[in-house]
Design a protein around this ligand. Structure first.
Ligand code: PRP
Length: 193
């Protein structure tokens, strides 16, 4: 079950991390993230232990890349990588509601078991639109893995099959998550609000 966070600690100094002096306390430390991602990897590997073709990991660019890279290396089953490019924030801290899809997967998904990997499910619009498109491509199954679930801002219902942490209504950065394109490199996750 996903860990539920109730007491976020805001980061005082943007761009701070454990490696940079003046760091605020992270909302989720890299150690905690790593432990949770390893568990998700084990859970996903068990779920797909009987499939006959490699699992297809579809990563939603750009935010999910860091999570996906770690998740992939936590799997004990064969997996292929595909990417989808979607953007809805356009540099702000709330979703614009307008989803731009710039790239869909390269390979065929017909008859394949697909795991859509997202860094955060917020309004749910991004993952919802992409899941609908993928379903039209004829996969054998489609599940969703999300590192973070922020249910306070949900607009459309989303079933997250593998969830890392349920977080409160705070804007978060780090571990792939950005603000205006920055802070993706931070190893921990910080609350910006
Ligand atoms: C962010 C995030 C998710 C999406 C979640 O992407 O990475 O993909 O928004 O929001 P939603 O549930 O309200 O749709 P963004 O559009 O900022 O692009 P990025 O991944 O390149 O940062």
């Amino acid at each position: 079950m996903a860990e539920v966070l109730t007491k976020p600690i805001p980061v005082k100094s943007l761009g701070a991390s454990a490696d940079r002096p003046g760091a605020g306390k992270p909302m989720i430390s890299s150690t905690r993230i790593a432990r949770r991602v390893r568990r998700l990897g084990r859970q996903i590997s068990e779920t797909y232990s009987d499939i006959e073709t490699p699992l297809v990991i579809v990563v939603i660019l750009k935010g999910a890349t860091v999570f996906a890279a770690d998740l992939l290396r936590s799997l004990s089953i064969p997996a292929e990588l595909e990417f989808v490019r979607a953007s809805s924030y356009h540099g702000g801290t709330t979703s614009s509601g307008r989803l731009q899809l710039a790239h869909m997967v390269d390979g065929t998904l017909v008859g394949r078991h697909v795991l859509l990997v997202e860094d955060i499910v917020d309004s749910g619009l991004t993952v919802n639109v992409i899941a609908k498109r993928i379903k039209r491509l004829g996969p054998a199954s489609l599940r969703i893995a999300a590192l973070l679930d922020r249910p306070a801002r949900r607009v459309v219902e989303v079933k997250i099959d593998f969830c890392g942490f349920v977080i409160p209504d705070r804007f978060v950065i780090g571990y792939g998550l950005d603000y205006a394109g920055l802070y993706r490199e931070l190893p921990h996750i910080y609350s910006l609000t």
